[in-house]
Design a protein. Structure first.
Length: 337
């Protein structure tokens, strides 16, 4: 009996701790936010720039290169941080943007990724519902994701299971605190040097044979997703709401479709390509943002797997992104003031 009572007390204590410390749920995000807070505190003057997106932008946008390029163009001191997280799509980006704002870390400008594959819709759920697990979000965020198309019964059940039995529901997060090496394959770990890199998570170059092998797996994963892209629905509404909230906060936004290799780009159905072009035009008109399609900006040798930029090419991409999207976004905002 005492063992059962002890177990119940420990479970209740951990549940209360997680409720009071929601960052325990999503250490991947929290590690970046802590590093961003320290980075911005160390540079209180000048422009503050944040990058939102998936692992594509996490690898492709190098904060130090962005800072240097932006300072050359604007003559203003700049502090940049890459908040892009593996798997984040339009709903995840909105959730994490709101976390950032609630933490009082409002940037002056943002680079917001628009990754077509994350606008796919599979069966009864958007892409984000696969990646943004219920155990990673707060109760308030639970209401948000259900409003944007997550399967309500399944998502709520998963959240309550993690909340009421955190020893099981949050086992990977707890294990990461003790010994990250024990985590199963496929469980995302945050880099311990994330503050030093400004949030950048570069991919290393690999031999061409390895790239070819990886591309075969990438094709199997992405071809069905690219065919399932929908340019309307609650996930699109989430992306537009992010832009709307950024505009209301006075944040200048540059949208970028991240780079991809030739073969990857060949997998897009024609109607999806046409829909992407129309969607970018719509965002430019409705929100007055700079929106660029950077998929063809880099040669095929720049990728580790056809869609993740390797370390030597990140600076090249970042400098062009700064020159062709971020600087015009800043200047357009100044002209409208």
């Amino acid at each position: 009996m005492s063992a059962v009572l002890t177990l119940l007390i420990l479970n209740a204590a951990l549940a209360a701790y997680v409720y009071l410390r929601p960052e325990v749920r999503d250490p991947l995000y929290d590690a970046k936010q802590q590093a961003l807070t320290a980075r911005f505190a160390a540079h209180p003057d000048g422009l503050r720039v944040v990058v939102l997106g998936s692992s594509r932008s996490a690898a492709a946008v190098e904060p130090k290169a962005l800072e240097a390029a932006l300072e050359r163009e604007t003559s203003q001191p700049t502090a940049a941080f890459n908040m892009a997280l593996q798997g984040d799509g339009p709903i995840g980006q909105l959730v994490h943007f709101r976390r950032l704002m609630n933490a009082g870390q409002r940037p002056d400008a943002m680079v917001v990724e628009l990754l077509p594959a994350t606008f796919s819709w599979s069966a009864d759920k958007p892409y984000d519902a696969v990646v943004l697990r219920p155990d990673r979000i707060t109760h308030e965020e639970l209401e948000t994701v259900c409003r944007y198309g997550f399967p309500e019964d399944q998502t709520r059940r998963g959240w309550w299971e993690a909340a009421l039995n955190p020893w099981s529901g949050l086992r990977f997060q707890l294990l990461a605190c003790v010994q990250p090496k024990w985590l199963p394959l496929g469980i995302v770990q945050h880099r311990r040097d994330i503050g030093e890199t400004g949030g950048w998570g570069p991919w290393e170059p690999v031999p061409e044979a390895v790239v070819r092998e990886r591309l075969d797996g990438v094709r199997q994963q992405y071809q069905p997703e690219l065919k399932a892209i929908r340019w309307e629905g609650p996930h699109v509404q989430a992306y537009e709401d992010l832009l709307r909230e950024a505009r209301a906060a006075g944040i200048r936004v540059a949208i970028v479709v991240p780079p991809e290799g030739t073969e990857f780009r060949s997998w897009y159905p024609p109607d999806v390509e046409a829909g992407l072009t129309a969607f970018l035009d719509q965002l430019r008109r409705e929100f007055g943002v700079m929106a660029v399609d950077g998929r063809a900006w880099l040669p095929d040798e720049a990728f580790a797997d056809g869609h993740h930029v390797t370390r030597p090419w990140a600076k090249t991409f970042t400098e062009r992104l700064t020159r062709e999207a971020l600087v015009p976004a800043l200047r357009r905002s100044e002209q409208s003031e």
